[in-house]
Design a binder for this molecule. Structure first.
Ligand code: IPE
Ligand code: IPE
Ligand code: MG
Length: 256
């Protein structure tokens, strides 16, 4: 196996993705394979979050979005949902000093109103306490789903059209962007999903239009900086064409 430090040096620091999004999947199966309760997997998943956040910050990644809980995850057994909410609130409270020490700003996307009050309060406090940080922006997707986000955007655009705030003739991609939860962030260039599932599961459907997708069999509780570096190196080996031909891209690069 290649050493972690070797992988780190292989990353071209001039061509980093500005925004990486991760579907942190496989906690439950990882735990069940060990004969443990699913919550044991979520608990260990927090260690991966810590390691990956630190790794992204060290590299100089500007935005990291972590899909932690989907709209559909509310349909899981009550005991698992409650356990996850407790873990979330606990972790956020504990991590604030570390986020501040590392100059990391915490943000969230999703339906905050759905979260239990203690979790919502903890999150608001953590976001406020880290709001002045200028390094990595860590975006937690909580009670988030893309369809929820898009339906809301459409609803709010319709309301603002009705009240005369926007002219329907002028609606374009920039205006739509303003109505998304992610309005302040660039689209992710790289989307990673762990645990061997090859699907998007209602995550950033619009924003991932031209993202490079990277799938790994590694379960989230075992995903570490090493694996993040592998994903970035793979991303850097790809040619992003945005509908053009390979020849055009090469010419664009040469003239840049
Ligand atoms: C991801 O792991 C965490 C959440 C969705 C909250 P899972 O809990 O989905 O784990 P698997 O996919 O069942 O193994
Ligand atoms: C997606 O994982 C949501 C998160 C990782 C938070 P799921 O485990 O809920 O997705 P499906 O159900 O396998 O598609
Ligand atoms: Mg899953």
């Amino acid at each position: 196996m290649v050493q972690e430090s070797t992988l780190f040096t292989q990353i071209d620091k001039q061509r980093l993705p500005a925004h990486i999004a991760i579907i942190m999947d496989g906690n439950g199966r990882w735990a069940e394979e060990k004969g443990e309760d699913r919550l044991f997997g979520h608990f260990h998943g927090v260690e991966s979050v810590r390691d990956i956040v630190e790794g992204a910050a060290e590299l100089g990644i500007q935005f990291l979005t972590l899909y932690a809980f989907s709209t559909e995850n509310w349909d899981r057994p009550e005991q698992e949902v409650n356990g996850l909410m407790g873990l979330l609130a606990d972790t956020i409270n504990k991590e604030v000093p570390i986020l501040n020490k590392n100059n990391i700003r915490l943000r969230m996307i999703g339906d905050m109103q759905m979260l239990p009050e203690f979790a919502r309060n903890g999150l608001n406090e953590a976001m406020q306490k880290t709001s002045q940080n200028t390094g990595l922006t860590l975006i937690m997707a909580l009670s988030y789903s893309s369809r929820w986000e898009l339906v809301n955007a459409v609803k709010n655009i319709a309301l603002d059209t009705k009240s005369g705030k926007i002219n329907p003739e002028n609606i374009n991609a920039d205006i739509l962007q303003n109505y998304l939860n992610t309005s302040e962030y660039p689209d992710p260039e790289l989307m990673i999903r762990t645990s061997g599932e090859y699907r998007i599961s209602n995550f950033l459907l619009y924003q991932l239009a031209y993202a490079e997708l990277y799938f790994t069999n590694t379960r989230w509780p075992e995903f570490r900086k090493y694996n993040l570096y592998e994903a970035i190196i793979d991303y850097q080996s790809r040619e992003r064409r945005f509908g053009k031909t390979g020849k055009q891209i090469k010419e664009d690069n040469e003239s840049a």
